[in-house]
Design a protein around this ligand. Sequence first.
Ligand code: TYM
Length: 344
Amino acid sequence: MTHQERVFSGVQPTGNLHLGNYLGAITKFVALQESHECLYCVVDLHAITVWQDPKELAGNIREVTAAFIASGIDPKKQIIFNQSQVSGHAELAWVLNCVARMGWLNRMTQFKEKAGKHKENASVGLFTYPNLMAADILLYHATHVPVGEDQKQHLELARDIAQKFNVDFADTIKEAGFEEGIFFPQPEPLIQGPATRVMSLRDGSKKMSKSDPSEMSRITMTDDADTIAKKIRKAKTDPDALPSETDGLKDRPEANNLVGIYAALKGVSKEDVLKDHGGAQFSTFKPALAELAVEKVSPIADEMQKLLNDPAELDAILKDGANRAYTIADPIMKKTKEIVGFIG
Ligand code: TYM
């Protein structure tokens, strides 16, 4: 038995969906739907690893759903759903909790960043977060996972977990009909293009993030045209003109970031951007970037607003997606149980 190519990725419904999420992940989701079977998941189980106000969570789930659709993902052709509606995610995560090692999770930099100095006070879910992420992917035998750079380590862990499961259960995997001994294929991260790590507009050494207290640090997918233009106008820069080659962006994190954003929005390389804008001052490059960002992001914000005006329709799309996701996940979960030795 071999495994067909399948794409899976997820976005947390924690509010403030931003340009980093869009350029690092969602634009890739849109592109892959032309060539692959894709599942795009609103990962609400992941969201609650840190406190989420129950009165806001459902709205945030719908916002990510609307962002997927407004960006161009077709919910009829591909599967858009939320994680908590397919019970296999939590079930498989438990099995994988018993495969992954404490030492592996102790090395996860995102846990260290998120837990900060208050490790003892972090939820257990935040610690085992990467196992749930591995479960998301492996539950569908997904082979390709488009993500931003910050998820690379989690993806490597998912690969390690898949491999350890295959080795630990080699005998029963073969008995279950997988002659080559591969039940969980190793998922391949897709981390490509000029905007795999979009940085804060206020500090080129910090990632653009949903949780940055400064609104000015990020462009959100619901910002209106004036807000987008203002945030770009005020973005931190250095006093020099843009270089004409990418080498000249080294040690200039803010310039590198704005050029990367421009390139990703336009769908070209940073080299191409510098061919056109090398030598320009920020006083001319920033308005060009603002215009491009407004041109690309504003129509999505408008479409999101329209979709969010009909929450029942979004909920129906999620329900339909969950039903379709379940039909893929269920046989894989059943096989997993058989392989582990449970009685079906
Ligand atoms: P999340 O919700 O933090 O982010 C969603 C996607 O956006 C990417 N991203 C960025 N890309 C470029 N620059 C940035 N500044 C930036 N910030 C975020 C993330 O890399 C991600 O691709 N753990 C995941 C969600 C998840 C998942 C999965 C992903 C759960 N299960 C299974 C893939 C497969 C997360 O927290 O993403």
